[in-house]
Design a protein around this ligand. Structure first.
Ligand code: HAM
Length: 414
């Protein structure tokens, strides 16, 4: 039989990989709670139209990267490429779009991208959406949280770029001026930028094409079109948090999703490779309305977990581990009873019961190869005296015979 492999860009995670995940996930959850944010879990699959109407059908995510299929009822469904659309869909459905909410989520997202280091087809995000607050305080709160994340997770060489996309009118005027400026360079544009010129010219500012980047150097600048209050918001955010994290105003930052309206931002670190953005987000005041809800101003962010974990220095979880060895090759019911008592006494310790039929010597040899600190040994003699040997697996190799109660007290303190 031929073997079946996993899908490209969709890795499996084993314990050794995951050991660095839980400290980061736990720390993020703590930070979210410290900002009084509540958890929400939405399905990983939604109607395709949800993403077309929110992320936008001129975006790469919907055009080229979405995993869509028809179900048995011939309805087009998609695996979520991001979390914001599902959260807003849910808020509208529960009629919560007229009140304020602060929500966080964590889970897998799916994009059919070309896999490389830091870029996967199934990846994980932690996200936050602050709903029902006009531009102003919520924007400061979210940037404050980004600084807490960068510092709390000890991320080095990080920079937060911020920009403002203006209101509807200024966005329109700027797009017009940009198209007028770019028209004479039409024959120098690649297919992707030509398509953007017609559908969503702002996205050209995001071009990866070097000659296009050169042409854009003299293009009209967004900050000449946005209002004084928008410019003030940017400079005042930069000033407020300057002692907490490095913030740079970048008028070319536009982001790859269509729903953004005001402040947008992206955090990156030079410690990551080519895929250097580990947080992205911004304000999206029209999304609820576009999805059939009431007007609901909103702002949010998403963190790429694979990326942030790879550069966080809080990722080593010190696991407390012991091994339980029983000398008899027959099943010793007492061993399972004692092990159960120990696990109940201290659930922070991982007790690895050796389930093989090998000799004590072989079992000890195996235990020494693990990162366990102690072996709890139940030999024939111990069974008759109701005692256990507790042997250190560290340098000293010390071993002590203990009654079951003494053992439990010892185990509580590991
Ligand atoms: P995004 O910028 O598309 O924004 O994604 C946020 C982060 O997810 C990126 O900065 C990156 O770290 C990570 N990421 C994206 N694609 C991949 C991939 N293929 N492999 C690994 N990591 C990836 C959003 O998704 C918006 N929903 C953020 C938001 C929330 N805006 C408002 N609220």
């Amino acid at each position: 039989m031929t073997k079946i492999n996993s899908l490209r860009g969709m890795p499996d995670f084993y314990s050794d990989d995951l050991i660095s995940w839980s400290p980061v996930e736990n720390k993020l959850e703590k930070i979210f709670k410290s900002y009084s944010i509540n958890e929400i879990r939405t399905p990983i699959m939604e109607y395709t139209d949800l993403f077309k109407r929110s992320v936008g059908d001129t975006s790469d995510i919907v055009n080229k990267e979405i995993y869509s299929f028809n179900d048995r009822n011939d309805q087009s469904l998609s695996l979520r490429p991001e979390g914001t659309a599902g959260v807003i869909r849910s808020i509208i459905e529960k009629k919560l779009d007229q009140q304020q909410s602060k929500l966080w989520y964590m889970g897998p997202m799916f994009r059919y991208e070309r896999p490389q280091k830091g870029r996967y087809r199934q990846f994980h995000q932690a996200g936050v959406e602050i709903l029902g607050y006009q531009e102003g305080q919520a924007d400061f709160e979210l940037i404050s949280m980004i600084c807490s994340i960068i510092n709390g997770l000890d991320i080095k060489n990080a920079k937060l770029k911020i920009n403002h996309l203006g209101d509807k009118d200024s966005k329109k005027e700027f797009s017009k001026a940009l198209v007028e400026y770019l028209m004479p360079y039409k024959d120098k544009m690649d297919e992707k930028d030509l398509e953007r010129l017609g559908k969503n010219p702002l996205r050209i500012l995001d071009t990866k094409d070097l000659s296009m980047q050169e042409i854009l150097k003299d293009a009209p600048s967004l900050n000449n079109f946005i209002s004084d209050s928008a410019n003030l918001l940017l400079s005042s955010i930069q000033k407020t948090f300057s002692d907490l994290c490095i913030i740079e105003i970048d008028n070319t930052l536009v982001r790859g999703l269509d729903y953004y309206t005001g402040l947008v931002f992206e955090a990156s670190s030079t410690d990551l490779g080519a895929q250097d953005a580990f947080i992205g987000g911004g304000r999206y005041d029209n999304l609820a309305n576009t999805l059939g809800g009431k007007d609901m101003p909103a702002i949010g962010l998403a963190i790429g977990l694979e990326r942030i974990i790879s550069i966080s220095s809080i990722t080593k979880n010190i696991e407390k581990k012991v091994v339980f060895i029983s000398s008899t090759s027959n099943i010793a019911p007492l061993a399972f009873k004692i092990a159960n008592q120990l696990r109940t006494a201290n659930s922070d310790v991982s007790l690895d019961m050796d389930l093989t039929d090998s000799s004590i010597k072989a079992k000890l040899r195996r235990a020494n190869k693990t990162n366990a600190t102690h072996a709890f040994i139940l030999g024939d003699e111990e069974i008759s005296t109701n005692k256990l040997i507790v042997k250190s697996l560290r340098d000293d190799d010390e071993q002590v015979s203990m009654s079951i109660n003494e053992c439990i007290e010892f185990y509580k303190k590991i």
